[in-house]
Structures are given as C-alpha cells and as structure tokens.
Write a protein that binds this ligand. Structure first.
Ligand code: PMP
Length: 358
C-alpha cells in the first residue's frame, strides 16, 4: 500500500513515474535491459540525456544563453563548486544567512573565498527573510548567494534579490515548484532528491558568461567548463537518476507545466497553514510573509505528545513527519508529487488528534 510520504528528501515521487520506471525496468525501449544497465557512452543514453535536457529547458523556460549541467555530489558539492568556479582565491563573495542550509553553504565557501555575510536572520531565530532593500552586493564581489527556500526552517523568500553581482540561488527544495525567471540569475542549482528525481545529482543552470572562471585546482568533475564541454559526462553520470528526472519533467509537462503546479502548491500550503493557524494546539513559527510552500514545520503545544502524534500518523498512512533532527517538532514536506488528498488527510488527522489529545 502506498503511504502519504512527507519526507524532506529523498521524497515522494509521482506514482505515474514510478509505474513507468517499473514497466521499463526489465526492458527499456526494446533494449532488453534497464536504463541503469546501459552504457552512458551509447547512442541511446546520449540521445535520452539530450532529450531530458531539452525538456527541462522548455519546462523552466531556460534561455539559450544558459548551460544546464548534471553533476554529482548533490547540492552540498555545489557549496564548494560555486566558489571554486566563480571566485578567485581571496575574492569577496556575498552570502545571505537565513538558516541551516545557508550556514552550510557559507562554511564551505569560507574555505575558498572571502565570505561577506550581507544579512543574518539569527535575530529572529531564522524565522524571517531580510528586507529586499537591505540586500546590496559588495564592491568586487564574485557573486551573491542566497537560499530561496530553507528546507529545515521552512522559510522562503517572497522576492528575488536585485543585486549587482551575479545572483546564485540554492533552489534544492523549491526548484520546479513554480516558474522561475531564470534570466535574473547567474546560477541556479539544486539537488535532485526533492522535486526532481531520486538522489545522486545536482542540476546547475549557469549563464554562459560565468563559464571560463574555474580555478585550476577545481576537481574536474566539479569544473563547470569541463563538464559543459563534455555534456556532463566527463565521468560516468548517475544514469538512473537522470532518467527518472526525465520522467518527472515529462509528468510536469503533462500536468500543465509550472504555472499549474504553482497553483496546486499554493493551495496545498494554504490549506495546511490555515489548519495550523486556526488551531491553538499547532504552531508554525515562521513570519507569514515568508512561509515555505514546500516545507511546513510545526510544533504541538505539548512536545510530550510528539511521539504519540507521529505513531498515530504512521498508523494512518502519513509518514516521515518528524522534524529535522536539529530542531525537533514536525515537518510536512509537500513537494510537487504530494497530492492535495495527502495534505487533506494530514489536516484531518491533525484535527482528530487535537480533538482527542489536545
Ligand atoms: N541545500 C538545501 C536547501 C537542502 O535542502 C539540501 C538537502 N536537504 C542541501 C542543500 C544539500 O543537498 P544534498 O543533500 O543534495 O547534497
């Protein structure tokens, strides 16, 4: 029996995609084998990879002067790859600190460049985003990095920073949840295991003017120039993840594209936040102007009831609701593949739990 899986990542995938994977597992397009058993150097996989790249470009409306790279090492790898590819040693790079993923990006960047923290939301316990006007890039800065959606804190920027330096966004937990005006960015990157595919890859969308700056010591597999020249196949790529990404992109196109998906995501998030806000028993600490559509953390008024809440949820087929180990409480991740029916089932369970135990 399929459950409603609220995991923050790896995350639930569309059932139609899983069924297609299952149907093609023993015989992909008459090859007599699965995609993951075939050579990445063969014509079939190369053609498949090109089709997936084109479909992703069409879905996200990525302009022609941007390159799309498929790299290993997840988004965490990109925390290092970004400064190694875009900044000279000792050059200033700007970062906004809105929570735990920003912090990790910052500590990696500090190994390679001079990090300036432009804004730090610690004063609100990372429940806010900075005012748009307060974000200004430093003179000579190689780039300006921010985290549009903090997966752990459930904080999401309601605006796109307007700065002089090339804008770099860690879209790991919000990519493909709605349209993105790609041309406002220098680099968009994201790990695949939330809204795109299984784990194993990061997608990097980079303006071509930012290529050609990689420092010589950059590992070849994270060197944007080399990977661009080699169609992201300098070494063996995670072919299965790439293939599933292609199926998810096709599924999104069939759903009507990112505008449609955005409407659904907004409605799901609104329903869940409304349920939390109208109750005295559940609480979400994030400022209302920057609540995430994708990751909804919440606490119970009595934390002693947490384990009972989780056990009851699991019995009702609602799983992976525990908050990140660093913060506790609950977190419902409601990515693209989570249907409204799953959110409704959670809301009903929460109401019933409050009625009987609150
Ligand atoms: N950035 C954000 C916003 C994330 O949520 C995560 C993973 N949860 C990462 C970076 C790290 O990504 P990965 O695990 O793919 O390396």
């Amino acid at each position: 029996m399929r459950v409603y899986n609220f995991s923050a990542g790896p995350s639930t995938l569309p059932q139609a995609v899983l069924e297609q994977v299952q149907a093609e597992l023993l015989d992909f397009q008459g090859t007599g084998m699965s995609v993951m058993e075939d050579s990445h150097r063969g014509k079939r996989f190369i053609t498949l990879a090109q089709e997936i790249t084109e479909n992703l470009r069409a879905l996200l409306q990525i302009p022609d002067n941007y390159r799309i790279l498929f790299l290993q090492g997840g988004a965490f790898g990109q925390f290092s790859a970004i400064p190694m590819n875009l900044a000279a040693p000792g050059q200033t790079v700007d970062y906004v600190n809105t929570g735990q993923w920003s912090k990790k990006a910052i500590s990696e960047a500090q190994k390679y460049a001079k990090v300036k923290i432009v804004a730090d939301e610690g004063k609100s316990n990372y429940c806010t985003v900075p005012l748009a006007d307060s974000l200004i890039s430093s003179p000579g800065s190689a780039y300006f990095h921010y985290t549009p959606n903090e997966t752990i804190g459930g904080v999401e920027f309601p605006y796109i920073p307007k700065v002089e330096a090339p804008l770099v966004g860690d879209f790991s937990s919000t990519i493909l949840s709605r349209p993105i005006p790609v041309s406002q960015y220098g680099v968009i990157y994201a790990g695949t295991q939330k809204n795109m595919a299984p784990s194993g890859m990061a997608v990097v969308i980079i303006h071509e003017d930012l290529l050609g700056k990689a420092r010589e010591t950059t590992p070849a597999i994270w060197n944007y120039d080399l990977m661009n020249e080699n169609d992201s196949m300098l070494n063996t790529p995670p072919t299965f993840t790439w293939y599933v990404l292609g199926l998810v992109v096709e599924w999104l196109i069939k759903q009507g594209g990112l505008k449609q998906i955005a409407l659904r995501n907004e409605a799901k998030a609104k329903a869940l936040y409304d349920a939390i806000d109208t109750s005295d028993f559940y609480h979400n600490p994030v400022a209302k102007n920057c609540r995430s559509w994708m990751n909804v953390p919440f606490t119970l008024s009595d934390p002693q009831l947490d384990s009972e809440f989780l056990a009851g949820a699991k019995a009702a087929g609602l799983v992976n609701l525990e908050g990140h180990r660093s913060v506790g409480g609950m977190r419902a991740s409601i990515y693209n593949a989570m249907e409204m029916a799953g959110v409704q089932a959670l809301i009903e369970y929460m109401a019933e739990f409050e009625r009987t135990r609150g």
